[in-house]
Design a protein around this ligand. Structure first.
Ligand SMILES: [Ca+2]
Ligand SMILES: [Ca+2]
Ligand SMILES: [Ca+2]
Length: 280
C-alpha cells in the first residue's frame, strides 16, 4: 500500500489524537473543563466545612457546608460566647476559628498556637508573629510536628488555597525555620522583644535534591521533604534563592510527590505570600 493511500486514515487519526485538550476532567471540581479530555492534575475543589457562623465549629474558609456544624451549646464546657467558633481550651483559650482575625487556635502540650489565614511574605509573617507576642512555630519534636499537621487538616484549610511555584506547585504554610543569616545554616525563630531573635541551629547543609551532605545539628528534630524515606531531598536552595521553611499541604512536585510528602518541610523563597503558624 502506498503512503498516499494511508493519508486520509492518518489525518482522521490526528483529528482525534491532536485535539485532546488537557485540563480538569472532574465535574465536581471548581475548575472543571468540559472540553478537557486528558486530566492534567489541576482540579480544585470547594473547601468544605461548617458554614454556620453561630456554630461551635464554624469555618470562615468553608465555601460549601459539609453538615458537620455543631451548636455551641453541644460542647461539654461553657464557652460563653466566642465569635462563633471554637471550644474552650486550657486557661480559657478559645479554640477553633475566630473569623474576626482569620485565626485558627489550637493547643498542644500546654502551648497555644494560631494558624493565620492571611497571605504574607516570610518577613511580614515573622513580624506579625512577634507583634502578637509569639514567634513563627518552632517544631521541637515529632509529637509537635504531628499536632501541627493534624490541626492544619482539622482547620479545613484547602490544600489548594494557593500555589507556590518554586515549591513544586503546591500550597504551604510558613514555619519559623530559615537560613537567612548564613546559607545552609538553618535556625528557628524564637520569642524575643526585638522581633529579630534567632534561635537554635537545627540543620546544616542541603538535602539530596541540592548539593547534598546536609545533616541535623544540636540533636534537633527536622522533617524536611523526603525525611519519611530516610533521605531528605530538601532543603535544596533551588534557584539559589530559598531561605525560609514551610510545611507542605500536599506532596511535591504536584502530581508526583517525588521530593516530599504532605506535612514535610521545604525551603522556598521568602517572597512567597502564604499563611503562617504562630507559637505563643
Ligand atoms: Ca515548639
Ligand atoms: Ca537557603
Ligand atoms: Ca526547596
Amino acid at each position: 500500500m502506498r503512503i498516499t493511500h494511508l493519508l486520509p486514515f492518518l489525518l482522521t487519526l490526528c483529528f482525534f489524537a491532536c485535539q485532546k485538550k488537557e485540563g480538569c476532567t472532574d465535574g465536581a471540581a471548581k475548575n472543571y473543563d468540559a472540553e478537557a479530555i486528558i486530566d492534567d492534575g489541576t482540579c480544585h475543589y470547594k473547601t468544605r466545612g461548617c458554614t454556620d457562623e453561630t456554630a461551635a465549629n464554624y469555618n470562615p474558609l468553608a465555601e460549601e457546608d459539609d453538615g458537620s456544624c455543631r451548636k455551641a451549646d453541644d460542647d461539654d464546657d461553657d464557652d460563653g460566647g466566642n465569635n462563633g467558633g471554637g471550644n474552650n481550651g486550657g486557661g480559657g483559650v478559645q479554640l477553633g476559628w475566630d473569623s474576626s482575625n482569620m485565626a485558627y487556635t489550637f493547643q498542644h502540650s500546654g502551648t497555644t498556637y494560631k494558624i493565620i489565614a492571611d497571605m504574607k511574605s516570610f518577613a511580614d509573617a515573622n513580624q506579625a508573629a512577634c507583634d502578637s507576642g509569639g514567634h513563627l512555630v518552632y517544631i521541637n519534636d515529632a509529637a509537635e510536628q504531628a499536632a501541627v499537621y493534624s490541626e492544619i487538616q482539622a482547620s479545613g484549610i484547602s490544600t489548594t488555597y494557593t500555589t507556590v511555584n518554586d515549591g513544586g506547585g503546591i500550597a504551604y504554610i510558613w514555619i519559623g525555620a530559615n537560613d537567612i543569616t548564613a546559607e545552609g545554616t538553618w535556625k528557628w525563630e524564637k520569642k524575643g522583644t526585638a522581633c529579630t531573635s534567632v534561635g537554635i541551629e537545627f540543620w546544616s547543609g542541603q538535602g539530596a535534591a541540592g548539593a547534598g551532605g546536609g545533616s541535623a545539628t544540636n540533636g534537633e528534630y527536622n522533617n524536611w521533604g523526603g525525611a519519611s524515606t530516610g533521605t531528605p531531598n530538601e532543603p535544596d536552595n533551588f534557584n539559589s534563592n530559598q531561605n525560609a521553611g514551610a510545611i507542605a499541604l500536599d506532596g511535591w512536585p504536584a502530581g508526583s510527590g517525588s521530593l516530599g510528602s504532605a506535612g514535610e518541610w521545604n525551603d522556598i523563597a521568602e517572597s512567597n505570600l502564604i499563611y503562617y503558624i504562630i507559637e505563643l
